[in-house]
Design a protein around this ligand. Structure first.
Ligand SMILES: [Zn+2]
Ligand SMILES: [Zn+2]
Length: 269
């Protein structure tokens, strides 16, 4: 498998390492390409999301690293755009579109900050009802291309299952019915879905997103995939890629998309 990753966070948002440290680690691991995808601005996450000014500096730094290591690796300048963020102020090589927050009772409920906060909001705004929470999530998710028309990749499509293992949550048949319907609707836009291993490196999950049930639907709809590590720490750049490839193959995929100088290109896994 050609090693690449297009979902990378750095010190410019909530990652641990600088873009240069990430690039050097990717070169060391034999990656052919690395794409940075800092978090777009979101007022409730002002401490780590990237304001317009921060994006300006982020862009300069990623472009500097791209030029410096151009003979060793292809670097791309992307962004992870949250569904509630304002429109992008700058052009990017690519956009990962993600839902990280639900809006309920006039407040934002972060999905993936930590399990305690998720549970607190689940109780306070959804009466502890996981299906109601999931319904709100998928209602937001299916609007992704209305809110982010420039989306190139659909990020972690079942992010709400991030804490399922640590909290011993079992998903119902109704949950899967809602999730599959959302995935079918998104597949019509023809953009790839991520297989995302980010929660493995961080110790929350032992399997990548999305669930095999959803990946099989993506395959059935003719959808395509991008294997990403949603990396926040250089040591985890290729964490779980073996599991992602197994999952993809089990669900009928034999290739995934990578970004090259000639655009998104299908390569075998
Ligand atoms: Zn994300
Ligand atoms: Zn991310």
């Amino acid at each position: 498998m050609v090693k690449t990753n297009f979902h990378t966070h750095s010190v410019f948002c909530d990652g641990r390492d600088t873009p240069e440290e990430m690039a050097l680690a990717a070169i060391e691991k034999g990656f052919s390409a690395l794409g940075f995808s800092g978090h777009s601005f979101f007022a409730s996450d002002a401490d780590f999301s990237m304001s317009e000014e921060k994006q300006r500096v982020y862009r300069e730094e990623v472009l500097r690293v791209k030029e410096k290591y151009k003979d060793k690796i292809d670097i791309f300048l992307g962004i992870e755009q949250d569904s509630w963020s304002p429109p992008l102020a700058y052009p990017y090589d690519y956009v990962i579109a993600s839902v990280h927050n639900l809006r309920r009772d006039g407040v934002f409920c972060p999905i993936d900050h930590n399990a305690d906060l998720m549970l607190k909001n689940l109780e306070a705004h959804f009466g502890g009802d996981q299906e109601l929470y999931a319904e709100a999530y998928f209602a937001e998710l299916v609007q992704l291309f209305d809110k982010i028309p420039a989306a190139d990749v659909i990020g972690h499509v079942d992010l709400i299952t991030k804490y399922d293992e640590v909290l011993s949550i079992r998903r119902s048949a109704r949950y899967f019915s809602m999730a599959k319907e959302a995935v079918r609707r998104l597949a019509k836009y023809g953009k790839p879905f991520e297989i995302n291993t980010g929660a493995i490196g961080r110790g929350y999950r032992t399997a990548p997103y999305p669930a095999p049930e959803l990946l099989s639907v993506i395959r059935g709809e003719g959808g395509r995939i991008v294997i990403n590590s949603d990396c926040h720490h250089k040591d985890f750049l290729d964490c779980g890629f073996d599991l992602a490839v197994d999952l993809a193959k089990d669900c009928g995929f034999s290739s995934h998309l990578i970004l090259t100088k000639n655009g998104w290109t299908e390569v075998p896994i």
